[in-house]
Design a protein around this ligand. Structure first.
Ligand SMILES: Cc1cc2nc3c(=O)[nH]c(=O)nc-3n(C[C@H](O)[C@H](O)[C@H](O)COP(=O)(O)OP(=O)(O)OC[C@H]3O[C@@H](n4cnc5c(N)ncnc54)[C@H](O)[C@@H]3O)c2cc1C
Ligand code: HEM
Length: 390
């Protein structure tokens, strides 16, 4: 049964109340989950200090989705399919729901009423059903994870490695999507990486991975992985793909290893034999960090429809100086374009603002920002934020 407007309003208001305590709430949520249901501890990474708020933030994001059946089925369906790689089973859902409600009750304080409790129970149930159903359907057609052997590993400088893996079974994906990867060095720690090319006939995938400081998975992939090692892949995610029906020109903005999915999209566009123009803007802090520029420039020599421009934000270089959004605003107008943005979240946010000002409607601006898990959002629901700003 769909949620009522009252239930949705109650849930949204309560997320605004607990938002400031999100950190403490995460600690409490995991503490009671692992105490009451010790059997689920093995599903989670040993080190829950980093990115540990992913699950709880995802749970609270329910409030963004409950009154929008299309998004609910889209996001939660995908989430449910993706949860197969974590080893989540139908029997685990009541446990997680119970602990979510207990955590909410504790941090909502006086705001926690029987009506609010019932609204959350209902909302959780709706989402959990969609996720479980999607996971069951998915299990009929594909594995939960793919074992993938590292077949090539090349250091490209500045802590970046190009890593090619070969999955043990056909691995479906579209250019612009990203895969989740688990390494043998950090079991249960899943991170996202984007193949830097359109799908290949030999079923191999090449990732461009930058080792971030103290990074559990990226350091292992860049400095420990060798040919012969086996990593695990979850299913691909992401909607940053080309619409084969569209003939709009493209504007692409890439920061750092955000170049990987942009490169994949350009390769796919070339393969589609498109009759449209593609403008790629590549940004970094220094010229040395302009990752993938030479490769992209070589591609532009082969394809007359491809233009590539660089932006360097922390160095004075004539013709290149500026942040990506600044350089972007000097070109265009792009209001008739389809936009694809990939890289650090600040860059994506600013580029979105620039392109929106130029007149591109939101449904034609596609992005999967790097620094936050795909389904993560601010704890305060969008509507409440907008209202607060008014
Ligand atoms: C949709 C998507 C696609 C992505 N594609 C790629 C890709 O193609 N290539 C790639 O190299 N990375 C990519 N990432 C980032 C990647 O998933 C990891 O977040 C990154 O490798 C860090 O993981 P880690 O385990 O090494 O670091 P963690 O152990 O999780 O974090 C260690 C420290 O680094 C910080 N940190 C985490 N992520 C980043 C980051 N991206 N930049 C700077 N500091 C960070 C954390 O806050 C923490 O302090 C993508 C992320 C998303 C959401
Ligand atoms: C309505 C129910 C649920 C929702 C909305 C939900 C949502 C999420 C989200 C958004 C993430 C982060 C994904 C990512 O960033 O890659 C996540 C991670 C995870 N979820 Fe769920 N989840 C639910 C139920 C469950 C259940 C029942 C289990 C099983 C115990 C589970 C186990 C996990 C695990 C192990 C992770 C990875 C955590 C980490 O890497 O730190 N989830 N969940």
């Amino acid at each position: 049964m769909p949620l009522t407007d009252d239930e949705i309003a109650l849930m949204r208001a309560s997320v605004a109340v607990v938002g400031p305590f999100a950190g403490d709430m995460t600690v409490y949520f995991y503490a009671i989950l692992f105490t009451r249901y010790p059997q689920v501890r093995t599903l989670f990474p040993d080190n829950l200090d980093v990115q540990r708020d992913r699950l709880l933030r995802g749970l609270l994001r329910i409030v963004d989705l409950v009154d929008d059946p299309e998004s609910l089925v889209h996001f939660c369906g995908r989430l449910g399919r993706d949860h197969r790689k974590f080893g989540a089973l139908n029997g685990h859902y009541p446990a997680v729901g119970e602990c979510l409600l207990a955590a909410l009750a504790r941090y909502a304080g006086d705001a926690w009423t029987p009506e609010l409790s019932a609204a959350w129970a209902h909302g959780y149930d709706v989402v959990a059903r969609v996720m479980m159903h999607a996971a069951e359907q998915d299990a009929h057609s594909r594995p939960a994870v793919w074992e993938a052997e590292v077949v090539h590993h090349v250091h490209r400088g500045h802590g970046i490695a190009e890593i090619t893996v070969r999955p043990d079974a056909p691995y479906p994906y579209a250019a612009g999507q990203y895969a989740s990867v688990e390494t043998p060095w950090q079991p249960k720690a899943w991170r996202y990486y984007s193949p830097a090319h359109a799908p290949r006939s030999d079923n191999t995938l090449t990732f461009h991975v930058r080792a971030v400081s103290q990074g559990q998975v990226s350091q292992a992939l860049v400095y420990s992985a060798l040919p012969g090692d086996v990593v695990r892949l979850g299913p691909t995610q992401g909607d940053m793909t080309l619409d084969p029906e569209s003939d709009r020109d493209l504007v692409c903005v890439a920061g750092g290893t955000g170049m990987a999915p942009i490169r994949a999209l350009v390769e796919q566009a070339a393969r589609n034999g498109i009759q449209r123009y593609v403008d790629v803007f590549v940004g970094a802090r220094t010229a040395e960090e302009l990752y993938g520029l030479d490769d992209m420039l070589r591609m532009s020599q082969r394809h007359h429809w491809l233009s590539v421009r660089a932006a360097v934000s922390h160095e004075r270089i004539a013709g290149l100086e500026g942040t990506l959004p600044q350089v972007l605003s000097e070109f265009g107008p792009f209001y008739q374009h389809e936009a694809f943005l990939s890289g650090p979240v600040d860059m994506v946010t600013q580029a979105t603002t620039t392109l929106t000002r130029q007149g591109i409607p939101p449904d034609r601006i596609h992005f999967d920002p790097f620094d936050v898990p795909a389904l993560e959002a601010d704890l305060m629901p969008r509507r409440t934020r907008d209202e607060a700003g008014q």
